[in-house]
Design a protein around this ligand. Structure first.
Ligand code: AVI
Length: 384
């Protein structure tokens, strides 16, 4: 187990909580809670476009679209948690089933290391499923360092508190940041490898324990296939030979099952989708009438993608006062709000190869709806 936290020194603040800034040259703010928990809140290095910019571009373009990353304000995050409990939304349950059945096997598959493995999670959220892997790792090593990377600082703090209470041998060094900023920060702190152009699997920093990186929940599905491969190439460039990536990927299946999963009988997903308009009303002084739009989920089978739309029920105009914008809609006109890509086995192998990984092992739920995939950095020549 490493004792190093990878974050810079802290100064005691008046409230008894410690705070520092400019860790690792990233303008990071570190809040040190106690000797088993640190949190580095990173300012974005290259800030993503703001809601205002995306709304202007997306609603003045043709066809109209809004990016799905804006679903997740506080209300949207709560609605997403509700979605995860819905009978139709099998994704969360299927992945949970896999981890309950196979966490021990997954952990046994990792290269053994005297130092013990460290766990790095992208998009940890409430970390419910992660507990199964934490428990499995702690059965084979005396202590564990867990590094969750999530944009929501409050979600990280809440889940870290619960995990530290449940597992006395755990330490948590959390990072509140966008994934890519978090990964860059970890490389700068020598937790992950720094990418070197043209290198196969980068040498791990000296004496760094091997990492198990987690990217669960089929979050990869909300990227286009090309963007998913590009993002994973960046992750791979920061992994050492003995590091592994466990990635949860939803599988292609019947249209009826998929469309119900994204258009549930209770209308929770519809509210989640319309929350985008509510958010524009609230944050940009928008005048969207939510009843003028219907929620639609359509499986585009050829692309293997469930697309969500908000469809105008009749001709009307919505204004967004903060942008000085009037947005006209004709009957049936759609705003495209999300794609959720589903993968075949061949598409998962192709994704891994395109990102410089080999698929080491895979696990499925009993209904074979979802897959958990252990990727390892491919060695030079392996993918040729
Ligand atoms: C977060 N993401 C993986 C979800 C999905 O299944 O694509 C988001 C979601 N959208 C509607 N329901 C769930």
């Amino acid at each position: 187990m490493t004792g190093a936290t990878g974050v810079t020194a802290v100064q005691r603040g008046a409230a008894g909580e410690a705070a520092s800034s400019a860790a690792g040259g990233h303008g990071a703010t570190t809040v040190h809670h106690d000797d088993r928990f640190t949190l580095a809140a990173l300012g974005p290095i290259s800030p993503a476009a703001s809601l205002a910019e995306e709304v202007r571009a997306g609603l003045t373009g043709m066809p109209k679209r809004l990016p799905c990353r804006f679903f997740y304000d506080d209300d949207g995050s709560l609605l997403f948690e509700e979605i995860c409990e819905l009978p139709e939304y099998y994704v969360t349950r299927a992945e949970h089933e896999i981890l309950v059945a196979h966490a021990a096997e997954i952990v046994a598959q990792l290269p053994s290391a005297e130092t013990g493995t460290e766990l790095v999670e992208l998009g940890s959220g409430s970390a419910v499923k992660t507990r199964l892997l934490i428990a499995a790792l702690l059965r084979r090593q005396p202590g564990l360092r867990y590094v969750p990377v999530d944009i929501s600082r409050s979600a990280i703090e809440e889940s870290a508190r619960a995990l530290l209470k449940a597992y006395p041998a755990l330490r948590v060094d959390a990072i509140a940041a966008e994934y890519e900023d978090g990964l860059r920060y970890l490389a700068n702190q020598d937790v992950l490898s720094a990418p070197v152009a043209g290198r196969a699997a980068g040498p791990a920093p000296p004496e760094a324990p091997p990492k198990l990186l987690l990217w669960l929940g089929s979050n990869v599905g909300n990227l286009t296939r090309a963007a998913a491969a590009a993002f994973l190439r960046g992750v791979r460039a920061r992994m050492g030979r003995d590091d592994r990536l466990l990635i949860g990927i939803d599988l292609r299946k019947d249209r009826a099952v998929l469309e119900a999963a994204y258009d549930d009988a209770r209308g929770v997903t519809a509210r989640f989708n319309k929350n985008l308009l509510r958010r524009i009303n609230r944050e940009l002084d928008g005048r969207f009438d939510l009843d003028a739009f219907a929620h639609r989920a359509i499986y585009h089978e050829e692309d293997g993608r469930v697309a969500m739309y908000l469809v105008s029920a009749y001709p009307h105009e919505a204004s967004i006062e903060a942008l000085g914008l009037r947005v006209p809609f004709v009957t049936g006109e759609a705003i495209h709000t999300e794609d959720s890509y589903k993968y075949s086995d061949a598409e998962i192998r192709a994704l891994a190869a395109a990102a410089g990984f080999a698929v080491e092992r895979r696990w499925f739920d009993t209904g074979r709806r979802f897959s958990e995939n252990l990727f390892r950095p491919a060695v030079q020549g392996e993918l040729a």
